[in-house]
Design a protein around this ligand. Structure first.
Ligand SMILES: CN(C)C(=N)NCCC[C@H](N)C(=O)O
Length: 246
């Protein structure tokens, strides 16, 4: 934090923020929409009926994985642009200094498209899919399990329960996702560094060889600290909106 502040001032902490904000509504509606509809197809019970007839954890896991798998393709280009902008760590432009490589998210998207082709926008998408498919299953299982344990039979969970269960679901999924998150970010940066990885496995092996196993847990603390409030609010909004519209 100190380094970022010294190098790039307060603005450095908000780098690459506009694209995630633009994408988060789309990505979360794809995720929660697919999760809910897969569960409906598997159990033939609506969201309201699920309190009285809770689905099995296997069904919750399958529905979560399906949501994670499909949302990864919506997320991939937005996530790539965020990673590229966040890794652009030149100090703030001073008069006479060369301009940064990417002037903003739209310029970044256009440059990747021109320099790396349309497929370049999906760089790292495979690693992202591998990261999100199982961890979204874990995400929804943790949430449903914690809600189930702290709510009397047949009742809706309280707001406090939803916040705590959502927060812990976020932490659990990020703890399990961080190793592949590291690999995904490296693959997304590879197009820029001219450092080609032959694939996900090659990136895993070369990262472990060069930097040791600790490399797979980089960013774990900050990911987990971020995950609690973000996912507490995500699940509270989800439950509240479903309640409002049903
Ligand atoms: C890769 N992982 C761990 C997840 N996608 N986990 C679920 C949380 C997703 C949420 N939008 C967030 O950004 O925390």
């Amino acid at each position: 934090m100190v380094k970022t502040y010294r190098h790039e001032s307060l603005l450095g902490f908000f780098k690459g923020m506009s694209f995630p904000i633009a994408s988060i509504a789309v990505v979360n509606s794809v995720l929660f929409g697919i999760y809910s509809n897969t569960l409906l197809a598997l159990t033939a019970t609506s969201h309201q009926e699920r309190r009285a007839q809770p689905p099995s954890y296997t069904h919750i896991f399958i529905a979560g994985c399906t949501g994670g798998f499909l949302q990864a393709y919506f997320l991939a280009p937005f996530d790539l642009i965020k990673v590229r902008l966040q890794n652009q760590t030149e100090p703030r432009a001073k008069p006479g200094s060369p301009p940064p490589r990417y002037r903003g998210p739209v310029h970044c998207a256009a440059s990747i498209f021109q320099e790396e082709g349309p497929r370049g926008l999906f760089r790292g998408a495979w690693a992202l899919t591998l990261r999100d498919t199982p961890t979204m299953g874990i995400y929804f299982i943790t949430y449903e399990c914690l809600c189930h344990q702290s709510t009397p039979e047949g009742q809706n969970p309280s707001s406090a329960t939803v916040l705590v269960a959502g927060g812990f679901a976020g932490i659990t999924s990020w703890v399990t996702a961080t190793p592949l998150d590291v690999i995904k970010s490296r693959m997304q940066m590879a197009g820029l560094n001219q450092r080609a990885h032959r694939g996900v496995l090659d990136c895993i092996v070369s990262s472990a060889r060069q930097e040791g196993l600790g490399v797979f847990f980089r960013g774990l603390t900050i990911n987990s600290a971020r995950a609690f409030p973000v996912n507490a609010v995500t699940f509270l909004s989800y439950e509240y909106l479903l309640h409002l519209w049903q």
